[in-house]
Design a binder for this molecule. Structure first.
Ligand SMILES: [Zn+2]
Ligand SMILES: [Zn+2]
Length: 91
């Protein structure tokens, strides 16, 4: 009877433009751990959770966290992630 089930006319997924990663200003991919971040910061935070020793900043915690910069300071990156509200899973 019903020959062709028409696939609902869903809204065409137009390029979703997200604001930049709140941590490093890179290309955000979505909300991770409660904060809009890029894939890199998400992976970084994930790794951080498994870490036992804290990261230590060698510049008094005043590093710029910018995606374009190479070798982002881990201590400051974590600091920024946490300050923005990223939290460990299960909390
Ligand atoms: Zn990022
Ligand atoms: Zn630093």
């Amino acid at each position: 009877m019903d020959k062709t089930k028409s696939i609902g006319q869903r809204k065409k997924k137009s390029q979703l433009v997200l604001p930049p990663c709140r941590v490093c200003e890179g290309n955000a991919t979505g909300i991770h751990y409660g904060v809009l971040t890029c894939q890199g910061c998400k992976a970084f935070f994930q790794r951080y959770q498994k870490r036992k020793e804290p990261y230590v900043c060698s510049r008094n915690g005043n590093c710029d966290i910018v995606a374009r910069k190479r070798g982002i300071c881990s201590a400051c990156r974590v600091e920024k992630c946490t300050r923005l509200g990223m939290s460990k899973t299960g909390e």
